[in-house]
Design a protein around this ligand. Sequence first.
Ligand SMILES: [Fe+2]
Length: 526
Amino acid sequence: MIVPRLGAETRLSVEYRDDTPFGAPMTPQLETNLRSVYRTVLQAVERHGPVDVVRHAPELLQEVRAQEGYLRLLDGRTLRHQVLYPDTDLVRPSALTFAKERAYSELRLEFHPGLLPVLHDVVAALSGDGGGLLECMPPDIKGVYDTVLRELEQRDMLVRVPEREKVDRSVRRQGDATFVGHNTVVVRSDTTQVVIDPWFLPTAGHYPVDYQPMSRREIGPVDAVLITHSHPDHFDLGSLLQFGSHVKVFVPYVERESLLSIDMALRLRQLGFHDVRQMHWWQSERIGDIEITALPFYGEQPTTSEQLCPEVTNVGNVYLCRTARFSCAVLADSGRDRRGDVREVAREAHRRWGPIDVLFAGYRGWSLYPVQYLSSSVRRYLLFVPPDQYDVRQTIMNSTAEAVDTAENWHARYLVPYADGGAPWYWEAGLGPALDTDGRELQESVYFDPFPERCLEELRVRSAPSPDTTVGSPVAPLLLRPGQSVHLRNGMAGVIESARHRWPWDAIFPTRPGQPDPRKASAPIL
Ligand SMILES: [Fe+2]
C-alpha cells in the first residue's frame, strides 16, 4: 500500500497571537518592543560600531533607563509583574504553516477551538507517526485529513511511499546514539528510542546531494521526547508536531511562564500532547529500558553573577540517559551562573551513577558584554543585568576548556562537541561557525563561536610541562557531524554514516605548529 507523507523540503511552524501589552516569550513581539526601548543604543551601534558602544555602554544604557519607553516597564524600581509574567491566556496558538521556502509555496491553516489537536494528529500521521490513526481514523479527523491532504498535494508538498517505510526500522542498526545536528540527539537501546531537543530543518537542492538534513521519518519510532529548555532551537513546535500526540514528552519544571522561560508543558498540551511530564532536577524516569535523569541546568542566564529579579530564570534540564550498554549526557547550552556550575553537576552525577560513555557538551564560549545582547536572539536578557555589570564581560555558556573540564569531572570516555550548528542548514540560520560553499574556507570567530575542532585541540593539549612536551586529557575526542551516529563496543567508539548524511568536506583546519591534525585522532568511520 502506498501512503502520503510530508515532503522533506517542507518546513512547519506554529504562530501565536499575542495580546499582551509588552510581549511574551512565544512571539517575536517582545524582541520587537525591545528594539524600540533600546533604539538609541542600536542607532549608536550603527553609527559608531560595536567596539565604541561597548566602551560607552554604561552611559548609553543609563540614558535608556531614564527614558519613557523604559520607565513604562517599571513598577517603582523593579520590572512590572505584568512584564515579567505575561498573561498566558493572552498568548494563544493561532495558525500552522507548511512552507516550501525556495518554491515560494505555503499553506497556512488558522486554528479554531477544537481543531488544534486534530491538526496535530494529521501532521503526525503525515510524518509517519500517527499511532495507528490512519488504520482507524475517526470521522472528524478524516474530514480534516482529506482537506489538508488535498491542499498539500496542490502545493507539491507530499511524497508517496510504501507503507512498510512509514517508519524506517533500519535506524535500529544506527548504533547507540545519533547526532541529528545542533542540539538534536537520539539515544537508543535494543527496544527503545528517545530524542532530545528535536529540530528538523528542510532539505534543499543547494546542499550536497549526499549531505542533507535528517527528517522526522528517518529518526524512526520514538518512545519519548526530552526538552532541555525553551529556546527556539531546542523547543521547536513545528518539529514537535511531527510526533504523535501519544508520544511522552519530558520537559523542565516551570512554575509559571515568564519572560525567560516558556511553560513548555502548557504549550504542548495546548497543541494536543496527552502525556507531558515536568521533571524536577535529580528526578529519574524509565522509558522502556532507558533510564533518564534530569540534572541541574546552570548557566545561560542574563549574568553569571547577580541578576535583577533573580526569581525569573531560563529554566532547563541537563539529561543523563542510560541503556544496558551505553550511557551519555547532554548539556545543551548550560554552563555556570550564581547558583551553580555544570562541572559540579558532573562531579555529583559521577558520584551517584558512575562514569559515562559519551558527553555531548555545548562549547560555544559566548563571552560578551551585556550591551551585545541587543544584537543577539536574547535581547531581553539586558533587562535583568544590574547597572554595575554593564561593563563586565559575561560568559554564559561553556568555553572549550570548560566543556573538557566537565567531561573530566564526569570521567566521560568520549567528548562530543555539539549544540553549535554543524551543517549548512544551521549556518544559514546564523548558527555556529561555517565553511564556505566549497567547504574550504573557515568562517569562525575563535573567541565567540569556535569550530568543534577547537574542543578536540583542547583535549589534546591540556598542559605543556616542557617546551617540547604536551599532555592531553584522559577523555577521548569524538567528532560527530550532523547525521552521524556513534556505536560503542568494548569501550571503543566507531562512527556510522548513512546514505544522504555523508560529510562531504575535508576542511582545511588550522593547527598549531608541531601539533597533530585534530581530525586524525577521532573514531573510525564504520
Ligand atoms: Fe539556549
